[in-house]
Design a protein around this ligand. Structure first.
Ligand SMILES: [Zn+2]
Length: 329
């Protein structure tokens, strides 16, 4: 007997694909729902959950999951894919960054949520128990949010369970183009407590964070990082044919540091995402309204530029960029 894969009333029998909606609750204008796609492969294999749009203005990851659910052929798949292209539809339709317009909560800071909480907490709870929890493996796709340019990376939250952590690290390595963030508990590098990744790993799911893109953009190169990374993960798990793409030099994150403005004015940044910077190196300058340079912004240490805030005018203390401190991996 070939077994169907089912999440509530969305059901795909062997070798088929199904799509539908999960109702989470109500808003005044109607149901709050999560779009769901199940691709049930023709042969046995692992179940991989793909989620995007936890932050629903992160468009490259959303586009990538949409592309993946259209391109994976159930006849050639071993195992199953359970995918949510946009987890937070209210943020998606209103183009809202970071937090839900319904309750002001950031879905990636409140996991595992609660079944009797506010709507974002209910959403976290349903996602973890019924969607991510239906899989053995999970990729949560993100990018920099509005106002954030980002260097791609993959992350995994270490649990102390050696078998699980070895699988998580291997999966993050299969995904990432270069940078990997393996996060011990209480760490300064992601995934952090409160994220879906952190909660999912505590439930025994091998769950990685996948980051590429940002600042409300939808660039093809960022979509490719996500689609190719997911393809590498599926090959690594034996779900599709082929071997993982040849892996280049990997670096592991040890810490990350924010460079902030001391003075206020127009920021002219010369540093770019992915730059390898040295301590003391000039990254740009800040000019007052008369055009006089009043601060030369310098690197406080050496690392890789991982996030640039898109704001061009800064006040004292505003973040300018964040760099990763790394080591060979
Ligand atoms: Zn995000």
């Amino acid at each position: 007997m070939l077994s169907p894969v089912r999440v509530r009333d969305v059901e795909a029998s062997r070798g088929t694909r199904a799509e539908g909606w999960l109702a989470i609750g109500e808003a005044a204008s109607g149901l709050i729902r999560v779009p769901l796609v199940i691709i049930n492969g023709a042969e046995d294999g692992p179940t991989l959950c793909l989620t995007a749009g936890v932050h629903a203005t992160e468009y490259a990851p959303i586009a990538a999951v949409m592309e993946l659910v259209q391109s994976v052929d159930p006849a050639l798949l071993r195992g199953a894919i359970i995918a949510v292209p946009v987890t937070n539809m209210r943020m998606f339709e209103s183009r809202t960054g970071f937090t839900s317009p319904l309750d002001g909560l950031n879905l990636n800071k409140i996991a595992p949520g609660r079944h009797d909480g506010s709507i974002s907490e209910i959403l976290a709870d349903v996602m973890l128990r019924e969607v991510i929890g239906a899989a053995g493996y999970h990729i949560d796709f993100h990018a920099g949010d509005l106002g954030e340019e980002l260097y791609p990376f993959a992350g995994y939250s270490l649990t102390g369970r050696r078998d699980l952590d070895a699988k998580g690290e291997a999966m993050a390595r299969a995904f990432t183009p270069r940078l990997i963030s393996l996060s011990p508990p209480e760490s300064t590098i992601p995934p952090f407590a409160g994220s879906l990744n952190y909660a999912a790993t505590r439930n025994g799911v091998v769950s990685i964070l996948a980051e590429a893109g940002g600042n409300g953009t939808l660039h093809e190169r960022d979509v490719r990082v996500h689609v190719e990374g997911a393809g590498n993960v599926m090959r690594h798990l034996g779900m599709i044919d082929g071997s993982s793409a040849p892996q280049g030099r990997r670096v592991a994150a040890r810490d990350r540091v924010i460079v902030r403005a001391k003075r206020a004015g127009l920021l002219r940044l010369t540093a770019q995402i992915g730059d390898e910077i040295e301590a003391g190196q000039e990254l740009g300058d800040i000019r007052d309204v008369f055009g006089t340079v009043i601060e030369r912004v310098c690197a406080t240490g050496s690392g890789i530029v991982g996030l640039i805030w898109a704001h061009k005018v800064v006040n004292t203390g505003d973040p300018i960029l964040r760099y990763w401190i790394t080591e060979p991996a």
